[in-house]
Design a protein around this ligand. Structure first.
Ligand SMILES: [Zn+2]
Length: 120
């Protein structure tokens, strides 16, 4: 992989920003943004090596979303086996009446989910 890519939004060079201006005198142009590979220390590099920003990414997806979806079609939902654990506990809320605060007990139910095969 080269150290740089050009932004893959086909309209990148039409967006009016000072950072896209190149050339001299009467020969100035707006140019597609050149992207340094693995900027942001490689954070989400599969996307940010190819798009200069969110706006260009979403312009691309809006234009080519159908083709992107066709790269890896999803014909049925996927499922992940889970454990559901409900834990009841005694809690209190405060109720004001006649200028006094009274502790009123209630039962709280906490639901937690964990993956059955968490090594995946
Ligand atoms: Zn761009």
């Amino acid at each position: 992989m080269s150290n740089y890519n050009w932004c893959h939004n086909p309209s990148c060079h039409t967006i009016e920003t000072q950072s896209r201006v190149r050339g001299t005198g009467d020969n100035k142009v707006l140019r597609t943004v050149k992207i340094k590979a693995n900027r942001y220390n490689g954070y989400q590099s599969n996307i940010w090596n190819y798009f200069c920003n969110n706006s260009c990414l979403f312009q691309f997806l809006n234009k080519f979303g159908q083709e992107v979806a066709n790269i890896r079609p999803v014909k049925q939902p996927s499922e992940t086996p889970i454990n559901v654990k409900k834990t009841k506990s005694q809690e209190y809320r405060h109720q004001w009446s006649n200028g006094e605060s009274n502790r009123v007990p209630y039962t709280s139910t906490r639901t937690s989910i964990s993956l059955k095969n968490s090594q995946e």
